[in-house]
Design a protein around this ligand. Structure first.
Ligand SMILES: Cc1cc2nc3c(=O)[nH]c(=O)nc-3n(C[C@H](O)[C@H](O)[C@H](O)COP(=O)(O)OP(=O)(O)OC[C@H]3O[C@@H](n4cnc5c(N)ncnc54)[C@H](O)[C@@H]3O)c2cc1C
Length: 378
């Protein structure tokens, strides 16, 4: 598995987008060595938007050749529309309770990369080392944790979110729920044959080497039986900013979800990345992820970092200050005026109970984009 360096600069990201071949992407994205973009850490942190990605790709490629990539970018926006509409409800079973739950703790051997299934163990090790996991591997992992080990999705999702450089509260939470059937109409399973096909492994005779019909009656494999409670903590970066009592200039409040170096770049302002510890208490981030955040914060000229509560950041309140931030569900309680985010499909506001209904509306914004026949995820 080769994962590119994520600690680069903005121009490198633009060059990577320019080098994307959407036809190749559509053909190979399900394979672990397929031509995928690896853009998710940058998109998650708002360094670039889905709209920018699409605009650059469509400069060189036709809409109809880019359909799959445009739809996958759509999945991200779909999840964020659901989050905007449902708020914190996405952190619980959204459409129906997860069926067949026998435990809430993660399987020790799953997170220790010790299941005996190579495709799983290698991709789990890769995640904890690099902060990246291929989409198909995420689906397998979530299926093993939620459907085969019969664990409620929330704790293993927390574990995955902690390690991912692209950990995104909506995409992660709702993808897990899509796999376990609490935000979809059925559970997703993959057997050894499927793993072999997309990884190139040739493993046979493992406990996953069964027919799809057998998943309904599969007992929890003994290797997944041992459980552990998670102990995930944050190592926040140090504050570089003083509390803000007054400012003649507008105060631009950045969050870790908006590290866009082009945001309001033409105005003179006090720029502060505000890290609110409470926000990351239940969904902690790995030390690598915090390094990634400070790396991208450092690319924004004059950006200071403040770690603390609202009362610590604005000890005298915000009256008399011009505070500007960017719309984002996790920071809905922040003070100040909201700039909109850049959406690829801006006309898709509201709640969509599945991707299909979202996509029906979204694709109207892309003339020439053919209708997808099946709303599927892999
Ligand atoms: C259990 C599970 C957990 C996931 N957790 C996250 C997460 O925390 N953060 C996250 O960004 N994605 C998450 N995904 C979605 C998907 O796996 C990643 O977005 C994708 O693997 C990122 O790699 P890439 O940038 O090379 O994607 P590409 O395939 O190159 O896609 C381009 C972009 O489209 C978006 N995208 C692609 N596929 C999906 C998808 N299925 N759902 C939503 N957006 C998508 C991403 O922004 C991605 O960067 C999760 C999927 C599953 C099954």
């Amino acid at each position: 598995m080769k994962t590119p360096n994520f600690f680069v600069d903005y121009d490198t990201i633009l060059a990577r987008i320019g080098a994307l071949d959407p036809v190749q992407y559509a053909r190979s994205r399900n394979f672990l060595d397929g031509h995928i973009s690896y853009l998710s850490p940058f998109i998650t942190h708002g360094v670039i938007s889905t709209k920018t990605v699409a605009e650059i790709v469509l400069q060189e490629h036709k809409v109809r050749d880019s359909e799959k990539l445009l739809a996958e970018l759509g999945w991200r926006e779909f999840f964020h529309r659901v989050w905007q509409a449902k708020g914190d409800e996405i952190f619980d079973d959204l459409r129906s309770p997860q069926a067949k739950v026998t435990d809430f703790k993660v399987s020790t051997n799953l997170v220790a990369a010790n299941t005996g299934i190579k495709a799983i163990d290698q991709t789990v090790s890769h995640l904890t080392e690099t902060g990246y996991m291929h989409n198909h591997a995420r689906m397998w992992f979530a299926s093993l944790a939620g459907n085969i080990a019969q664990t409620h999705w929330y704790q293993p999702a927390r574990w995955m979110y902690y390690h991912l450089l692209d950990g995104d509260l909506a995409s992660n939470t709702l993808s897990w729920q899509w796999i376990v059937g609490s935000f979809s109409h059925k559970k997703y399973y993959a057997n050894q044959e499927n793993l072999n096909k997309y990884t190139g492994h040739k493993e046979h005779g493992t406990w996953l080497d069964i027919a799809y019909d057998d998943f309904d009656v599969l007992e929890i494999p003994p290797v997944l039986a041992e459980r552990e409670a998670l102990n995930l903590t944050n190592e926040f970066p140090a504050s570089t900013a003083q509390p803000i009592e007054n400012s003649a200039e507008p105060v631009l409040l950045y969050s870790i979800w908006n590290l866009d170096p082009t945001w309001q770049s033409d105005i003179t302002a006090r720029r502060v990345l505000w890290i609110e510890p409470d926000m990351h208490k239940t969904m902690a981030l790995s030390p690598l992820r915090w390094r990634f955040v400070t790396h991208w914060a450092a690319q924004i000229k004059g950006l200071e970092i403040f770690v603390g509560s609202v009362a610590q950041l604005f000890p005298a309140g915000t009256d008399g200050l011009e505070v500007i931030t960017r719309e984002y569900p996790a920071t809905a309680h922040w003070p100040g005026k909201r700039d909109p985010r850049d959406w690829l499909y801006p006309n898709t506001q509201g709640y969509f109970k599945n991707f299909f209904s979202f996509w029906k509306l979204a694709q109207k914004e892309l003339p020439g984009l053919r209708k997808l026949h099946q709303p599927h995820k892999s």
